[in-house]
Design a protein around this ligand. Structure first.
Ligand SMILES: [Mg+2]
Length: 403
């Protein structure tokens, strides 16, 4: 995951300068990663540093975190081929809002399409990621279209469905074939000129390599267009040919590798945990527990998974009480009502994250009262009538620190 975008940038880099219309172009020894890879790595670093989902009210704060990573990575790789406007912005001591129409906001959103479970969150993160540098509807829509395409592709949607979603939501005209435009197509990094053909290159492709060849052989902004087309292509086809991975891996910097790998590891571990949680919870409910149940669905990120689990639970439990879901503070009164009763608590995020002091106090009271509980914290599930709360709590706290 994500490497598809970086490798597209590397293969296209030579042809950004020496443009070609030849689909069978050779890979060039002088190929190197450029700004597209550097900024993709910066986006990875921003998500790894703070993977928490946001609400619309949190966009500005999140935007500052993305901006800080763009500046940091720019300072590490100041000569990676940025546009002049971006270089000025990235060199300034304070971030200011720049209204660029170019494709630079789009080339770095592939990681966002991978990192979040729901599309609405992907769109919010994209908006934040564009806020300081590409503060125009054109650039934001282009970036949203590409992140949505990645998200839809990795969730198993067909090309027709991806095309329709982008056309309906972002009013792009996507082409079934690039042959009509290839002869006259020229370098232009404006988002509305370069992003739709890059997405079209993916739609017309029959594999990862074919997507990079179609994007580069348009003879335009080759590295960025290949980065976009192949970021989606990898999500759709699920693999990158080995000769391409080997060719590109030699041309990468360790800092970029590390940033991308860190996010890949985080995403993989979360996927694994989601699968484990689902398995454990269904196993638990198969025992047909008949108790009063208090659900604490305190997760935005795993809301969908937990909704599904809550429905599974209702098949088995007489009284299921959904107290809260979607990230709002838990209701301390409802928790206190359950004191002394058997209570099962399901929470995707630890209720002990320190954010909701009153709720935490109520839960402490509940737990110290000795109620058996089931706690599912950050993907792990505990089903124990006799439990050592302090062990679990410290484990969860440790885990939250890490995240
Ligand atoms: Mg570039």
């Amino acid at each position: 995951m994500i490497w598809g975008a970086v490798y597209g940038d590397i293969i296209g880099s030579y042809y950004e300068v020496h443009s070609t219309k030849d689909y069978g172009f050779p890979f060039q020894g002088e190929s190197a990663f450029t700004d597209d890879s550097v900024m993709t790595a910066a986006a990875c670093a921003a998500i790894t540093a703070n993977p928490a989902p946001i609400t619309p009210l949190g966009i500005k704060k999140r935007a500052r975190e993305y901006a800080a990573q763009y500046k940091r990575f720019f300072s590490l790789f100041p000569n990676a081929g940025y546009g002049q406007m971006f270089s000025e912005w990235a060199s300034s001591p304070e971030p200011y809002i720049q209204r660029s129409y170019a494709n630079g906001g789009t080339m770095r959103v592939v990681p966002i399409g991978y990192a979040y479970d729901d599309l609405e969150q992907v769109m919010l993160q994209v908006k934040a990621s564009c806020y300081y540098t590409h503060h125009t509807r054109e650039a934001v829509n282009s970036a949203k279209a590409v992140a949505a395409a990645v998200w839809l592709a990795r969730n198993g949607e067909t090309k027709d469905a991806i095309k329709k979603f982008i056309e309906d939501n972002f009013h792009f005209e996507l082409l079934a074939s690039l042959d009509k435009i290839r002869a006259d197509y020229k370098f232009d990094s404006r988002a509305k000129y370069s992003v739709p053909p890059a997405i079209s290159a993916f739609l017309q492709s029959d594999g990862y390599e074919s997507a990079v060849r179609l994007a580069v052989s348009l003879g335009g902004d080759a590295d960025t267009m290949a980065c976009i087309a192949d970021g989606i292509a990898e999500a759709f086809y699920g693999e990158i040919p080995r000769h391409i991975a080997e060719f590109c891996a030699l041309r990468l910097d360790k800092t970029i590798k590390d940033a991308v790998n860190s996010l890949c590891r985080l995403i993989n571990s979360e996927e694994k945990m989601n699968a484990e949680t689902e398995k454990d919870i269904s196993k638990f409910f198969r025992k047909r527990v008949r108790e009063r149940v208090l659900y604490l669905l305190n997760s935005k990120k795993r809301g969908e998974l937990l909704d599904k689990l809550a429905h599974t639970a209702e098949d088995y439990i007489d009284t299921a009480l959904t107290v809260k879901k979607s990230g709002n503070p838990l209701n301390p009164e409802l928790i206190r009502e359950k004191l002394g009763k058997t209570v099962y608590v399901i929470a995707a995020n630890s209720p002990l994250d320190g954010k909701h002091a009153e709720t935490d106090a109520a839960l402490d009271e509940l737990w110290s009262n000795g109620s058996p509980y089931m706690l599912c914290g950050n993907g792990y599930l505990y089903v124990e009538a006799e439990y050592d709360f302090s062990t679990h709590a410290s484990w969860l706290l440790k885990r939250n620190d890490k995240l």
